[in-house]
Design a protein around this ligand. Structure first.
Ligand code: SAM
Length: 275
């Protein structure tokens, strides 16, 4: 039988992948979870029918949401990952020697369990001795932990349901309070083709709270439009002044010292969103 998984990336556009096998389907208290094996991208995690990560292209997103901020901070020791139940960000964070502790706060424990079982290449560092997993709402966790983290990485679903508050100005204010002096946060902030108004609003909100706000790009084939944005708020360090020597020696497939800097080169239509 010819089976396909379809994601409506906008109401007028669909991405579809041929499914070899459905590995898991579950309704959690938060979302519909599925893991399917596809010919084009290998195993794929979907939440509410939206592609979250795939074996073939996950490295782009996970490396780019992690290493840019971690290499901008001069010596990140305590890191918080919000969302990211598949474990891909945690896997990248523990590659950094200076990191002593990674707190991973994911609202839906079922995502972690499915990733452990069906996506071991991505979830492989969840049991690393530096990692503490907390199943809770990241909004609440940040509110309850002031002056606690050097870097906070927000690897969230789209801004609907439990993730909606992760895109609010009030949340960015709590993030600021949760960061130590010199702290940095980074969040995935969707597609510049399809979510321009959101990106613009987030940039303004973060710029109203943090001394330095920067946006950078990466190409993730399975995300709407392919081109993806990340927004960074920093108390002190500028990613454009990051130390090249600190970036060397990381085992990566997309991120590199050159990519670190070139990711901040924005096409005029993206620059226009930040004016
Ligand atoms: N890289 C993905 C993307 O951009 O599509 C996101 C992947 S990751 C699986 C997103 C995770 O964020 C989900 O597992 C979801 O349960 C979690 N999440 C959503 N809202 C959250 C919240 N308020 N606190 C903590 N985790 C949350």
């Amino acid at each position: 039988m010819d089976l396909w998984v379809e994601e409506y990336q906008t109401k007028d556009m669909v991405i579809a992948c041929r499914v070899k096998r459905t590995l898991h389907e579950e309704k959690t208290p938060f979302q519909e979870l599925a893991v399917v094996d596809t010919d084009q991208f290998g195993r794929m995690l979907l939440l509410d029918n939206v592609i979250q990560t795939t074996i073939k292209d996950e490295f782009v997103y996970h490396e780019m949401i992690s290493h840019v901020a971690l290499n901008t901070h001069r010596s990140p020791a305590k890191v918080l990952v919000i969302g990211g139940g598949d474990g891909g960000v945690v896997r990248e964070v523990v590659k950094h020697q200076s990191v002593e502790k990674v707190v991973h706060c994911e609202i839906d424990g079922a995502v972690i369990e499915a990733a452990r079982k069906f996506l071991p290449e991505i979830s492989c560092s969840l049991d690393h001795p530096k990692v503490e997993i907390i199943v809770d709402d990241g909004i609440k966790h940040v509110r309850d932990h002031k002056n606690s983290y050097d870097v906070i990485i927000i690897d969230s679903t789209d801004p609907v349901g439990p993730a909606e508050g992760l895109f609010s100005a009030a949340f960015y204010q709590d993030i600021f309070a949760s960061l130590t002096d010199g702290g940095i946060f980074v969040a995935q902030t969707e597609s510049p083709f399809f979510n321009g108004d959101l990106i613009k609003r987030i940039h303004q909100d973060v710029a109203g709270i943090f001394p330095l706000t920067r946006l950078y790009l990466a190409n993730v084939p399975t995300y709407p439009g392919g081109l993806w944005t990340f927004t960074m708020g920093s108390k002190k360090y500028d990613p454009l002044q990051a130390d090249h020597t600190q970036m060397a020696g990381l085992d990566t497939k997309y991120y590199s010292p050159d990519i670190h800097f070139s990711a901040f080169v924005l096409p005029p239509f993206v620059q226009a969103l930040l004016k």
